[in-house]
Ligand binder design. Structure first.
Ligand SMILES: *[C@@H]1O[C@H](CO)[C@@H](O)[C@H](O)[C@H]1NC(C)=O
Ligand SMILES: *[C@@H]1O[C@H](CO)[C@@H](O)[C@H](O)[C@H]1NC(C)=O
Ligand SMILES: *[C@@H]1O[C@H](CO)[C@@H](O)[C@H](O)[C@H]1NC(C)=O
Ligand SMILES: *[C@@H]1O[C@H](CO)[C@@H](O)[C@H](O)[C@H]1NC(C)=O
Ligand SMILES: *[C@@H]1O[C@H](CO)[C@@H](O)[C@H](O)[C@H]1NC(C)=O
Ligand SMILES: *[C@@H]1O[C@H](CO)[C@@H](O)[C@H](O)[C@H]1NC(C)=O
Ligand SMILES: *[C@@H]1O[C@H](CO)[C@@H](O)[C@H](O)[C@H]1NC(C)=O
Length: 256
């Protein structure tokens, strides 16, 4: 994917005969930084960082945006860099930060107006079908279900499948690619295991093997009562423990 960074984007509107420019200024110091959830206005998917910036420019509450060029997720924030939290520890990649600077001009600003367009080639990827990766087949179903119901759903496939077991960084990358990049459905997805003792050690239910690869988010697992595990494909597939009766979508996996 071609990804070019420009210093700023300019959205111009006429207000009371003056030109008001909402400059969306890139500040790479705040790329890939987690922010306070309380500052999140909305999460959308856009083809380009330009669409994301334009959405912020139109929204009076919006003060800054983070856009992920890999997943096309656009998040509008209600604060400038003070929205960035030092206490959250999510490690994220691919995010670029822009903040809105509002300037009023008597005359048309002479600044050039570059567009930063990320082109996405039209995809024939069908998100309702099985897809092959590295020896296994995968099927995404976005219906939110409890963990048990998700297991039943995958087992009902013919031939029988199971909830995804992520055994390597490559398979984690594929899960993120499938759900987020290809299908624009970045969310928390069930993983096929119980974490019964709140440690980072567990056994995959289908393969009956001890998990070696892991991608726990910092500070996770966090609660003994939360015995099920999800992969958050909005955050590079990081794992967290949650309550098994929560409703989440699933990716089913089968061997052939
Ligand atoms: C980006 O933020 C840093 C730290 O707050 C600041 O020193 C720098 O001037 C900012 N850069 C731009 C282009 O605003
Ligand atoms: C956040 O961390 C940066 C760099 O470590 C530090 O300069 C800044 O003062 C911290 N901000 C807060 C609010 O703690
Ligand atoms: C995607 O696959 C599903 C299931 O095979 C099929 O029903 C649907 O028509 C396909 N969609 C497209 C756009 O080909
Ligand atoms: C999930 O299924 C297992 C085994 O089938 C059962 O023991 C357990 O009680 C179920 N849990 C919930 C929350 O339904
Ligand atoms: C994502 O999946 C598609 C379809 O399988 C594949 O063509 C593409 O190379 C993958 N991209 C990455 C970054 O893995
Ligand atoms: C936690 O449970 C897993 C099996 O699910 C086991 O392999 C591991 O040894 C247990 N850890 C501790 C500290 O008991
Ligand atoms: C899982 O593996 C253990 C030993 O590795 C074995 O004792 C146990 O019977 C296996 N369970 C199933 C359901 O295959």
């Amino acid at each position: 994917m071609e990804w070019t960074t420009y210093l700023f984007l300019v959205i111009i509107s006429v207000v009371r005969g003056e030109f008001t420019s909402n400059f969306m200024v890139r500040n790479s110091s705040y790329d890939n930084k987690a922010f306070l959830a309380s500052k999140l206005i909305s999460t959308s998917h856009y083809r380009s960082v330009f669409d994301c910036a334009a959405d912020c420019a139109k929204n009076h509450e919006c003060k800054s945006t983070t856009f992920n060029a890999d997943t096309h997720i656009c998040q509008l924030l209600s604060a400038h860099k003070e929205a960035i939290s030092n206490t959250t520890t999510k490690k994220t990649t691919g995010w670029v930060y822009f903040e809105k600077l509002i300037t009023t001009y008597d005359v048309m600003p002479t600044t050039s107006t570059p567009t930063a367009v990320v082109t996405v080639s039209p995809s024939s990827f069908n998100c309702s079908q099985w897809h092959y990766f590295n020896g296994h087949w995968y099927f995404m179903d976005s219906t939110p279900r409890t963990f048990n119901d998700s297991r039943t759903f995958c087992a009902s496939k013919s031939p029988s499948a199971y909830v995804i077991e992520v055994n390597s960084a490559a398979e984690n990358g594929w899960l993120v690619n499938l759900t987020s990049t290809q299908c624009h459905a970045a969310k928390e997805y069930w993983l096929n295991a119980y974490n019964i003792n709140n440690t980072r050690l567990f056994t995959w239910l289908e393969s009956n093997t001890t998990a070696v690869y892991n991608n726990w988010e910092n500070g996770e697992p966090s609660h003994l009562a939360e015995t099920c595990i999800v992969s958050d494909t909005m955050y590079e597939g990081e794992w967290a423990d949650i309550t098994c009766t929560y409703l989440r979508p699933v990716v089913c996996e089968k061997n052939s």
